[in-house]
Design a protein around this ligand. Sequence first.
Ligand code: PEP
Length: 247
Amino acid sequence: MTDRPKLIAGNWKMNGTAAALAEIAAMADAARDLPGHVTVAVCPPATLIDRARAAAGDGPLVIGAQDVHAAADGAFTGCVSAAMLNDAGARLVIVGHSERRADCHETDADIRAKAEAVQAAGMTAIVCVGETAAQRDAGTTLTVIGGQLDGSLPASAAGLAVAYEPVWAIGSGLTPTIAQVGGIHAAIRTNLVARYGDAGEGVSILYGGSVKPANAAELLAVADVDGALVGGASLTAADFLAIVRAA
Ligand code: PEP
């Protein structure tokens, strides 16, 4: 068992303009005083990445992105490459969020290609997996997640994190039980070790889905929960830092 640090990453989704940079600055200030085992990251919309990087100054707050195109360049109107995100100041990229899997029809193969593009640019890819309510109710959660891992994980474990995000828990205020989170994270760990060998022990597995200040400590204490991917509660420094401090 590797001693993995905790990664708390905020996903701002399609929220935030220049007025929100004050929240990033406040998060960056607080990040300077965090214990060494905690890394904190914020993924604003692509339009804010370079300004977020500037607002964060030279402290340890990591700025990330929410999506990427798999190609290096070319005729892809409206898209952004991994090198462009890196150039703007991003150091990690969320790929395969359930909203993109559902709304943008992203396939496992698309997500794997995106993750590999992120790694090739020297950044960390957070690959998201998780079951819908219907899949949970049908008892297929582990099968669904296993299929997503098989299809979407990149060839290398270097620069990789996985986020387990039950679709039904995102933005709903609902979470699985602590025992369910523990069981699913353990299954993901087994998959990662089978796939990558010892390097699979070093891959962080984040939990995401209605993580709030009130439930963060309990979720982050579960074995193989190496951090959190936080949506709504990452929009304000007050809530996000309360979660970070629970890590
Ligand atoms: C998310 O969208 O990745 C997420 C976890 O959202 P929330 O925390 O708002 O449920």
